[in-house]
Ligand binder design. Structure first.
Ligand SMILES: [Zn+2]
Length: 344
């Protein structure tokens, strides 16, 4: 599914964020009509796609946080949508934008969602094609974010928040590398937020639920609850009769995912409920707000544990890396045999 970005922004905007944005617009209207009044001191949420060159140049780089939400097109089984990760990413991006704009003098500059991520959960069963998964190679993902780092860095932006949560370790490591590249090359901070948030998240399931739902890897009770809380109309209502595919650890989940009839999810989604989803989302938001506050005050977040590094290296990831290398070689061989023909 390709995100319809405007529709997504419209639908996912929190009433609070929407109210802040519209009240800013009302406050700013007289100012916009009078170009002699500087806009720099106004705290606000701005949408990158709506701004012209003068408006972008006028942003105070030292007090503007660029927010880049992400989403992966990834199968989530028969009950959750392929854009599930983009749902919680966009919601968190919107809430953080409102949080940043509530700081006096600060502006949140929202980019449209980058709807591409690496490493679908279907790779856990060595299934490199699955209905709903349209992923990009890890190196492609890293290039997209390094390219954005160059463009934003050259324009003088100092603060970038990447809100692109997706559980695959290599996806996270690629975003961490792009963020380190921005830091080392342009001297600013580009934070892959979920990498730190997930490394420190708590499990809110009861011991009984944990036993039934197993490791909370992909489209389990946990993730189904989050989507139920944030976008219930996109959850198939028969999730309540979903058959469990639970396993206590990664080895067992990878064995389950290799089964011919594996439907693309793990755990026991039938146990999902909105209140657990809100609790989990509330934890991510609180952690993110705390981290953003500390980073803007100068904290060196880069020494904190990173989810991608903590979870990398399992057998399915090693097998997927081989498949990715095969595709890269296939692309290179095709390109070598099909060079561009100069027009003159
Ligand atoms: Zn997901």
């Amino acid at each position: 599914m390709i995100w319809k970005i405007r529709e997504l922004l419209r639908r996912l905007s929190l009433p609070l964020a929407g109210a802040i944005i519209s009240s800013m617009r009302i406050q700013l209207l007289p100012l916009l009509l009078c170009s002699c009044v500087p806009l720099i001191a106004q705290a606000q949420v701005r949408e990158f796609v709506s701004l012209n060159t003068r408006q972008i140049e006028a942003l105070d780089r030292s007090k503007t946080v660029v927010i880049v939400p992400g989403g992966i097109l990834e199968e989530h089984g028969p009950y959750l949508p392929a854009g599930s990760d983009g749902i919680f990413n966009q919601r968190l991006a919107n809430d953080l934008a409102a949080f940043i704009a509530s700081r006096p003098g600060w502006t949140a500059l929202m980019l449209p969602s980058v709807p591409l991520g690496a490493g679908g959960a279907n790779e856990m069963g060595a299934k490199y094609s699955f209905p709903g998964s349209c992923t990009v190679l890890p190196a492609t993902l890293r290039s997209i974010f390094m390219d954005l780092a160059d463009q934003l860095g050259r324009q003088g932006f100092r603060w970038i928040l990447v809100v692109h949560g997706h559980g695959d370790p290599i996806h996270n490591q690629m975003l961490d590398q792009a963020s380190d590249y921005f830091h080392d090359t342009y001297g600013g901070e580009m934070v892959h937020l979920f990498g730190y948030v997930w490394a420190a998240s708590k499990d809110f399931r009861t011991p009984e639920e944990r036993k039934k739902d197993g490791q909370a890897e992909h489209a389990t009770m946990t993730e189904t609850s989050v989507i139920l809380a944030l976008k219930p109309e996109w959850v198939a209502s028969d999730y309540k009769s979903a058959k469990p595919y639970a396993g206590p650890n990664l080895d067992e989940l990878e064995r389950i995912a290799k089964e011919k009839q594996w439907p693309g999810y793990f755990g026991d989604p039938a146990l999902a409920n909105e209140s657990l989803g809100m609790k989990i989302y509330g934890q991510w938001l609180a952690q993110s707000e705390g981290l953003v506050t500390q980073i803007l005050a100068g904290k060196d977040y880069r020494k904190m544990p990173r989810y991608g590094d903590l979870t990398s290296g399992d057998p399915a990831d090693i097998a997927a890396a081989k498949e990715n290398a095969r595709l890269e070689a296939q692309h290179a061989a095709w390109l070598q045999n099909h060079p561009l023909i100069p027009s003159h």
